[in-house]
Each structure stands twice: as C-alpha cells, then as structure tokens.
Design a binder for this molecule. Sequence first.
Ligand SMILES: Nc1ncnc2c1ncn2[C@@H]1O[C@H](COP(=O)(O)OP(=O)(O)OP(=O)(O)O)[C@@H](O)[C@H]1O
Ligand SMILES: [Mg+2]
Length: 966
Amino acid sequence: MPFLANLFSPRSSLGNLEKHGPDIATPDSESNKSPVPPQAVAKEEQEQLICATLSRFAQVPVSDIFVLEPGWNPTGLTDDQASEILKIHGPNTPVAERHLAALRMFWGAVVNPFNILLTILAIVNAATDQLSTFVVMMAMVVASTGLRYWQELKSTIQAVNLIKSVTTNTRVLRYRSSGPEEVEIDQRSVVPGDIIAVTSGDVFPGDCVLITAEAITITQASLTGEVMPIDKTVRLAAPCPGETLNLLHNDNVCLAGTSVVTGNGHALVVSTGKDTYMASIASELSKRRPENATQIGIRKVSYVLMAFMAIMAPIVLIIQGAVSKNWKGAVMFAIAVAVGITPEMLPMIVTSNLALSAVRVARKKVIVKRFDAIQNLGAVQILCSDKTGTLTADLVRISMSTTGTGESSQLPIKLAYINSSLQTGSRSPIDHAIVDFVDQSEQDIFTDIPGDGWIKQGEVPFDSSRRLLSVLVSRPGGDGSEGLLITKGAVEEVLDLCVSTYNHQPPSSNAPGPFALSPSMTSILTAPERQNILDTAQRLNEDGLRLVAVACREQLIKPFMTISPSDENELTFIGFIGLLDPLKPDATQAIKDLAALNVQVRILTGDAPAVAAKVARDLGLIPSRDQSSTTVNEKDVEASSSSNGDEGLILTGVQLAALADDQDAYKDAIDRCIIFAKLSPYQKLEVVKALRAGHGGRAVAFLGDGVNDALAIRGADVGISVDSGTEIAKEAADVILLEKNLAVVADGVMEGRITLMNTLKYIKMATSSNFGNIFSLLVASAWLPYQPMLPIQILVQNLLYDFSQASIPWDNVDPEYLVAPKTWGAKSIIRFMVCIGPFSSPFDIITFSINWFHYGIRTLHNPRVDLAQTNWFLEGSLTQLLIIHFLRTGKVPFIQSRASISVFCTTFGIAGIAIAIPYIPKINTALQLTPPDPLFYAYLLGMIAGYALVVHIAKTLYQLAFKEWL
Ligand SMILES: Nc1ncnc2c1ncn2[C@@H]1O[C@H](COP(=O)(O)OP(=O)(O)OP(=O)(O)O)[C@@H](O)[C@H]1O
Ligand SMILES: [Mg+2]
C-alpha cells in the first residue's frame, strides 16, 4: 500500500511545505564551463561540483582571488553588475524557506486511495455503458480533489507569505559613484561576486571565501549539528600541488547557513541559492531533524489505522464473498470499506489547521517559520527566556560610572567609550548605550583623556564564554608605540585578570592629570580590596543594575602585532559602569498569563545572579524580598542552590558545572531552580536539554535574541526569537516575534493548543466513527445476503463526511481544554476509538432490522434492495454528521458548548444534501439510491435521538473513568 503509507506518513502533510528535494545545481559562471548536464549530476558529483567552484577561489592566496573572475573586485560589485548577476543566478532563497509546492500539493490531492478507487469504479461503469454513473463518480473525484486542494492551498499561501516577511539581512559592499559603500540588503538579493561584511551573530548568505578576518570563529551547527565554534582565517599561502578542498574543514571557506560566533571580517560570496552546499544537502537536513511530538503522534495513530485496515479488509472480503458468492462484488466492497476507514482528510486537516493558526498568530505579530512549531508551542510546559530584551525593555541606559568602591568617577565610562566606539564586533546594547551616552552628553567629559584620535591596533571581540571585550589602542599624537589595552566585561571575569587597582584620587594632587597608569597611580590589588569590589558589585546588582567592569594596561605596540585572549592579563582595575535595563511594562502580566496556562518560566542568562534575581523578583517569579526576608536571603538562596534546600532558586554556571558528577543533585537543581545565571551558551543548551529530559520528557521553549542564545534556541522543542535579534538566533528559531512582546507568547501557546485540540478532535471523531462502521459491516456481511451499501454509496457517504470535517480547523474549543499543555497521545486516541466507536453499531443493526422485518428485504434479488441501501445510507450519514456535535465537546452540545458557525453550517448543510440525494434525478439513479418511505424518517429521528442519548451517557461515563475527553 505505498500510497497509503505515503498518506499516513507523518511528514507527508507538512512535506509539501517543508521539504523540497535537493535542487540540482544550476550552472553558474563556473559550472557553465562544466560539460556535465545539471539534471544528471548525482549527489556525489554535485558535491564535487560545489567543491570545484569553491576551490577555485579558496585554494589561492587572498591576493589572487579577484584576478579569477572579471568584474569581481575587492571594492564590491556595482548595483548594475549585481542585478545582472541576480538575473542569471536567481534570488538567493534560503534553503529553509518553505516553497509553496503547489504542484506537489495538487498531486497529493489527486493521488489518494479515494480518487483511485472511484476512478476505477467510474471506468467500470463507463465500460458497462452506465454513463450517468460515470459522470457522477468523476464529479465526486473533481469535488473531493478540489476541496482538498483549495483548502490546503489557500491556508498555505497565506502562511507562506507571512514567513517571507521575516528577512535575514546581509551587509554587502557595493561600489557606488562615491566609492565603495557598505549597504544592508535582504539576503535574497546577495549574488556571487558580492563582498559581504560579517560580524558576530551574522549568517553567511552563500558559500563564501574569507578575504579579511579578525579573530573569526564560526559555528556550523546548522549544517553538521556540531556546536563548538571553529576558527577561520584568510588564506595567504599559494596552492599546493594535489591539494583537495574539504568543504566543512577548510580554513577560509564559510558555507551558507553557518554563522559567525565571534570576530569579524569580509568574505567573497562564491555560490548562492541552489548552488550552495546547504541546498545540496537540504533533504538530508530535513530528515536529520528529530521527529517532534506531533509527527510521532500522527505516525503512531496512522500505524494503528493501517493495521486495522490490513485486518478488516480481508475479513470483510471473505465474509462478503462467502455469503454472497459474488467475489467480484466482494472485492469492490472490501476496497470501498478500506477506503472508508482511511482518514484521507488527515493530511489536509493537519496542514490546514497548522497553516490557519500560523495566519491567526501572525495577526498578533508572531511568525511561525515551521508550521508544526505551533502545535509544539501548545505543548510547551516550560518557557526559558534570556533576560535582556525579552523580560526587560532592552532600553539599556548608563546609570552610573563609579570606582570599585562605588564612588562616582568618569574614568570608567571614558575608557569604556574608547573600547565600545572602536570595537568592530557586533554592537551589543551595552556598547550602544555607552557610545550614545557619551555622544549625547552635554558636557565634554574628556578633559584628562582625549575622546578621539585613538587608533585601534588590535581587538579581542566579545564572546559570551569569556564575557570580555578588549581593544588595543595607540595614544593620540604619539609615535604609535605607546599603547593601551582596554578591557571591559563582566565583573568577576575582569577582576580575575587584574593585579592592581587604579587610585582615582592620588594623594599628591586634587586636579585630574593626564591619564596614565604610572606606579604612583596604581596599587596592588589586595584580597580585601578585591572582596570590597565584589561586594560593591553585588550591592549594585541587587539594585537591578547590570554592570560592566573596566580595566586596562599599558602595552608597547610593535609592528604587525595582533592580540588574543592570552594578552588579557596583569590589568589595572578602573571601575564599573552601571546600566539600567528596566522591566518591560507588560512582562509581569505576560508571566501571569503564562502561569495561568500552566507554563513555567525560567530565566537563563549570562548576566550576574543578583541582577537576574532582581528581575525575577520584580516579575513575581521568585518571592519578593519582604516575603522572603526571614527565610530566603539572596546569598542563602545562592548558597543553598547546590544543597537540597527548598529555597534554592538560583543556580550559576559554575555551580552547574560542579554538579556534573552528581546526577541526582544535578537533576534536582535543574528542576528546582528558576534562575540560571552566568551561563555560557553551551550551558544554556545544557539546561534546556536537562529540562526537556526531566519528568519523562517535557516540551521546552527557549526565547532569546543573542548569539549566545542560538544553541539553546536550536536545542529547544520550540525555539523563539525576535525580529530584531541577531541573524543567527533568527536562523535557529522556529518562531519569530515581530515585536518584542512577551504577551504574544501566551497567545501563541493558546493558539497552539487550539490547533492541537482541533486536530485531535478530527482524529478521534474519524477513527471512532470508522471503528463503529467496521462492526456494523461485519454484522451486515455475515447476516445480509445483499451488500448493505454499494461501494459507490460508501464512497459518497465518505465524501460527505469528509466535506463536513473540512470545517473542523475553524471550530471553537472549550476553554477547559486550553488550560494545560497537551500533546499527542496515541493511547488516548485508541482508547477513545475503542470505547466510543462501537456505540453507532446498535443503530446500524436496528436499521438492518427495519429493512429485514419492516420492509421485508431479505434476499439478494429482492427488487427493494436499493431501498434497504438507501435507508442505511441515510441513517449512517445523518448519525455520523450530527454526532460530530456530541464528540467535539465533553459537555452538553448546543447548550453548554456550541460549535463554530462553519461547523454548524457544514454539518447541517451536508446532512440536508444527504437527505436530498435520493430525490435528485440522475444522481439518484447513478448512485442507485431511491426515495425512502416517509415512515422511515420517523424511525430515523428515533434512532438519532437514541444515539445521541447513548453517546451522551457513554461520554459522561468515559469522562468519569478516564478524566478526559478529547
Ligand atoms: N559588549 C560588551 N562588552 C563588555 N561586556 C559585556 C558586553 N556585553 C555583555 N557584557 C558582559 O557580559 C555579561 C553577560 O552578558 P551577555 O549579554 O553575554 O548575557 P545574556 O545571557 O545575553 O544576558 P541577557 O540574559 O541579559 O540577555 C554582561 O552582564 C556584561 O557584564
Ligand atoms: Mg542576551
């Protein structure tokens, strides 16, 4: 049953959107020269082709690169050149971007068991000259295909367009009339030959060769899953004979999709779009993604249904054949039964449901990059968030500049300004705040030190593991050899590198002299002084100030010197800068909303524990000082976090590392703590993984925007980032918030739950009604000498039911189903099917009995067999349709819980159509249905009422026994 396997494949429903096979490389300027026709290029050859293109530029010294291709040069392409190249190569569409595979979707709608069987039946009818039947059957094929296609396409188009609104920007060098200019463009417009400028957090838009590099490390996690950053440099050496290019391990090649962790530089784009390595492994990449809860759920349910079909179809065939002796008819009948059992609308329902909710959350400015992330969002039990910009307003402002003991001094801010304004790594909000503060300050603070004229001689960019940023500068006006190494960063990290401290008020003079680190101005940093500084920092942190410590050292500058983290030593401590980062006004409410949805919030930050604790306290995540002063003192909290004390709510990176050997204490601490502070990027990922693994598996979301959050975003069930976040974080995320507003996360969670509930609703209804039908069919096959319904009638009934189910994505969900996280549970679905499904059978059997006893239809050749079939057709269709209202809620339908207008209209409308069909000329003859006896409607009403009552009682008992319904 290959097409059934395909239908049920958990990825098939989303496959249309997410997967597009490896696009074969199209010829570019280089591959044009290749005689190999692109279509024939096998995967290996394709990789060779990519290597060949890259090695041409990557295996020559950087000075020779631009000789290779006429028109390419180090000052960048002109706009005209770029648009010409863009015409040839096409837009640089990111591999991860969903393509609207309209044709594939159409194919999926056309080729399904329902259509195939119906077409075969139609052809049989045409061959036996029953033209009207042929026309009706083909009309059904067109209608069912049209419905599925239209529904799926419409919802998908909207959702896919939304995703395109999230852009990844790249800084490229373009040669304009005024000379080379750095412009920021959409990654889709980057072309081979472009020179791009990259810095920490940027994603490479194509396969690139580095042409300048300052301490660049990149991560290839998006390609290989390997999280450790690797160093990249420019190539100076000439090509060696026989040298081969290793795509992933080449020093100067940065592949599309990889991103800069630290450092900065320029790179030449060699291949874009379909010609990149990432595109060549696109299908592998999508396979490599582990199945998420939704996909696993669909797969399990599908297997159960396939097993049912595999068992039921032969049984029905044998019984029907043996009783009727008409084996040809029995085969057709068994196939129709199999088709009837197939929930062929499942892919459509899942896709429409997901796409629809993607569109709905987009109204709240939430973009879902991977559709099924929305269901995972509904399942989230823990939301981890970094602090700045998500919980706080990201309006970092300088609040103070002080000495290590907290006395006001302008020296720290002045030195920090030189550091921030000259550093070329990505500008963090901290650097922005420092530069803006000084630039906008009304008085000139640079009296003892010049504000400009410093020349940067070297830089060690910020990284979240070191938490330091250093620049080496030469003094203005000097001969260039007198240098100063200025380091700023997190307090403990800076202090660890300091050996002395600066005397802000030298005893000999009251007026500030030119800044110098002469021995008279510095003194050895003693242990008590160190402690004093840490205490000051703790005090300021507790007031909610983020701190950046500043230190420096005189350094003799030699020609061509470079600096590295090992030069950050023997520093003189200067002081702190205190930054205020107020809470977002809506953050407290958002946390409350999430708590109401039973989603716990944890803070995972690289910042100091005391600042994070202040934020958490203000948000109500941990008890406030007054509440806790008798029991929970901040320091106790911290101290106790590694012990088993109940109040241990904060864990630092160092403590986390120390717990690594004791698995029980580790798990306990992860479970208990609300704040995880001073974490490295890897530790953020580690905490997310540990939280996911806890309690037999929990769904965890991570919300962050920085380079240091990307790993955790990728490692979470749902990675969330913000549009203004770094490109690397956005690239890793499944969900992008267009506005930095935490409240929308709660909306997204709600929407995810609605989506999941509606999908579950469909599955439970479809499976239970099919399960009931199977019983009835078995009874009918064993008892009745004629087919209880013709294959074509089964198919029409099935089609009508499908039409009515198509409105389920739009249905209302009772609020009580939305208060707690919910996941797919195959067990719960099967239990529902087995317990509730069989209740339809007694009413089917009553119908058979009415036909047998009341109408006396007891033989195959009875001229009123069509009446018997019509009666069951009507009873089956109407009960199935109306019972939707009973199954969609655990409460009393129509009174306590109402379906949405669309579900209401479709179910009753289609019930009307079912009643009308036996009266419509031509159609009734084609389907061999006949107008029923008016008295049968009385029976029908009684049966519907009885069925409703039985289902209601069963529902009440079921809920008592299992404490759940949907
Ligand atoms: N540009 C910078 N220069 C110097 N120090 C910095 C810089 N950015 C951050 N720091 C220091 O590193 C510490 C950790 O900051 P970082 O931004 O890496 O953590 P984070 O996890 O992103 O924090 P948050 O949760 O607040 O977003 C800061 O408190 C600060 O002391
Ligand atoms: Mg951050």
